[in-house]
Design a binder for this molecule. Structure first.
Ligand code: SAM
Ligand code: SF4
Length: 334
């Protein structure tokens, strides 16, 4: 990194003044689940064998770390379907400047594998659990695996994982009757549940119209029951956090349709094929892969990433039904 190493790098900043310490990196677009809002017909079209190699990932992360990124979340598709998943974790851990390495998983075989993820260097896990009722869970995901996932969460706790969060997409007529069950669960478990408002994508328009459940409804219910909104840390991103003295766990609300949601955007995304996505709902990405082929391309890579930030829009247009090029979130990681 010749020219850039002479002076201290400036962190990534867009024209709105937002900074980006957080990168979500998809390591495969393959998934083995069939979530009804994401891949209802299963993963029929993927580029698993063409995903970024461990060396390409190392170069990518080195450039982002140089530009001030401190937190990486590995996602997919299902990131753990990569045979070399722990090698990916391990190599990122070698990059200086990365302080937090998180992952999002559907929890497949988590009971058996979570300790190997932690040993490799994962220090935060988000697990998707859209229902605590085994039958509803199977109907949503196509898999009768709730038990092994809950066991995986317990194993992570037992082995001292510092942060564990559960993602649940709130859906009218599918799991909106589960809210109390989730809250009862976190009364005695120090888990942060993130209720995510269902987002429309190019591939789920009918499903979205039928099942969209406003996050505001959950927010009103929490407030009515004495939950209190926590002050967000400066780098917290768009989730709203709520706590209650009777509960060990907390609730996070992710409401992408709410006004001002994008004001706190602090993340960038890179797909498993090396496309930089400035927004989950952008029309297209910016190819970085040609600059991930050798270590001596770092200067050019840093420059392309920095220049691309000028193109970042102030917000998405989801409320107008504009979902960009995103057919489903497994394509690029949610
Ligand atoms: N396969 C992993 C999983 O399910 O956790 C990681 C990838 S998945 C795309 C990441 C997150 O996005 C999951 O919590 C999932 O529930 C959420 N998600 C997927 N499609 C969504 C949609 N249309 N609206 C809201 N959240 C969605
Ligand atoms: Fe797979 Fe995650 Fe999409 Fe479910 S939400 S189909 S687990 S990528």
């Amino acid at each position: 990194m010749e020219s850039t190493s002479r002076s201290m790098p400036e962190g990534l900043q867009d024209i709105q003044g937002r900074t980006f310490p957080y990168l979500r990196l998809s390591v495969t677009d393959l998934c083995n689940f069939r979530c009804n809002y994401c891949l209802p017909d299963g993963c029929v079209d993927h580029h698993h064998n063409d995903a970024l190699s461990v060396d390409e990932i190392r170069r990518l992360v080195t450039a982002f770390a140089y530009l001030g990124v401190q937190k990486i979340r590995l996602t997919g598709g299902e990131p753990t379907l990569r045979q070399d998943f722990t090698d990916v974790v391990h190599i990122i851990r070698q990059v200086s400047g990365i302080k937090k390495l998180a992952m999002t998983t559907n929890g497949y075989r988590m009971d058996k594998r979570v300790t190997s993820w932690m040993d490799a260097g994962i220090d935060a896990i988000n697990v998707s659990v859209d229902s605590l009722d085994p039958r509803a869970f199977k109907a949503i995901t196509g898999h009768d695996r709730l038990r092994e996932i809950l066991l995986g969460i317990q194993t992570a706790f037992d082995h001292g994982l510092p942060s564990i969060k559960v993602n649940a997409v709130a859906m009218k007529g599918v799991n909106d009757d589960q809210l109390d069950t989730f809250l009862e669960w976190i009364r005695s478990h120090p888990i942060s549940i993130r209720f995510i408002e269902l987002m429309q994508t190019g591939g789920n328009i009918e499903f979205f119209q039928k099942h969209h459940f406003p996050g505001k409804t959950i927010q009103e219910l929490l407030l009515a029951r004495g939950w209190v909104r926590k002050m967000s840390a400066a780098d917290a991103g768009p989730a709203q956090e709520y706590c209650h003295s009777d509960y060990q766990g907390t609730v996070g609300l992710i409401m992408p349709y709410s006004k001002d949601f994008c004001n706190d955007c602090n993340r960038l995304r890179v797909t498993s094929l090396g496309q930089l996505q400035l927004c989950l709902f952008a029309e297209s990405g910016i190819d970085l892969r040609d600059l991930l082929q050798s270590d001596d391309q770092q200067d050019a890579l840093v420059m392309r990433i920095r220049d691309s930030l000028r193109l970042k829009e102030s917000g998405h247009f989801l409320d107008q039904g504009l979902t960009g090029g995103t057919r489903n979130l497994s394509q690029m990681g949610g």
